[in-house]
Design a protein. Sequence first.
Length: 451
Amino acid sequence: MKVLTVALVLVVAAAVILRWRRPAWYWLAFGAAFAIGRVLVNYTSVMDACRLTVPPSRWRLALARIANRPVPESRAPRILRLRPTRTGLVLRLKLRPGQDAFDVSAATDRLRHSFAMYGVTSRELRSGVVEVRMTGYDVLKRVHMPTKTDPAPMRVPVALREDGSVHYRDYRAVPHGLTLGATESGKSVFQRNLVVGLAPLDVALVGIDCKQGVELFPLARRFSALADNPDAALDLLEALVIHMGDVYQLIRAEQRITVNVADAEIASDIWDLPDHLRPVPIVVLVDEVAELALFASKDEEKRRDRIITALVRLAQLGRAAGIYLEICGQRFGSELGKGITMLRAQLTGRTAHRVNDESSANMAFGDIAPDAVLAAIQIPTETPGIAVTGDSSGGWARIRAPHTSLRQAVNICNRYADRTPDVPALAPFRPVVGSLAPASEPLAKTAPATA
């Protein structure tokens, strides 16, 4: 009896320590089993309390009257699958006639309380089938990316979603993106994760950092072109516009639209070209867009108009030529001048870190996902790195990128420096770098911890 008591005390102590220090281990060891038990035991009563049941059908009522049996109970959605994950549970439900996915989505907060889970989200898989993802702990408190992800060409994992899934930046699906955030909100760390994810890929990185290059120039070995002031940025953007025209001429020359060419072989963008002819895709990272749009004289105003015009052209026409924009800033509103709202309309992917006012959140989500505005202004100051992401579909989610220090990003860019492509149009803007510094040499700036 004493041995059993000691063993029980040790198990309880281990559970407490794991829950405090390693919530993921605690979930896999103890939490998942307890949660599955709660869901299976309380499922019917919870569904009824959350108004996710339907009354019995007429034929069941008729059979009950004929057989002189009690009236059948209301039926809850049928469980098709219940499986644990490293962060929670995934519950797949088959809806009953008369129910829709919105009913489940509207009841997610009540389900969270009823099943004693940390968070609950739902999405429709197909007609009549809904997937409910439940998280057992705060996965954004300490971000640990899974060891196995599902990358693809021009698709990189950059953050973790609040439901435990990986957030990918897919440039072929969402070509251009906008990232907003106040100072010390984690925006720079998010940008570093993008660079780190793109570094091993066959892609040309182009950077515009008008803060004298303090953010992007330490990563220069992996960049094909860099600009650290508005004048250099203008020349670089106009060179990209000329390069885009050359790529379109190549695509047009290779379309070969004849009766003998199959539909699948007709080229309309660089991804339809043969591998030996395909130009290298280009990702343009603008660190602070306001520095390109502000002006104090007539000459600076003319330069600003040319810069915004080039950015709008790249946003409107660059996708087929393999040119993708990733624009960052603290604000991105009409006060930056004409052409800004036209540019913002072309930036499909939106990510907002902590902002200082509601109007900044409206700049990101007011035109695509109004529900995300409230979530963006509620991000607390003491949790840098947490952001809200959305796109033109209207959906949104809370994410957090893992903390990547500037030293780590520099080491990864140096490791893949040999993958930096030479783009002739960008050769004049290729950064000049010296010999490699020792790996142990500290850099002056480190990012605020986000994990």
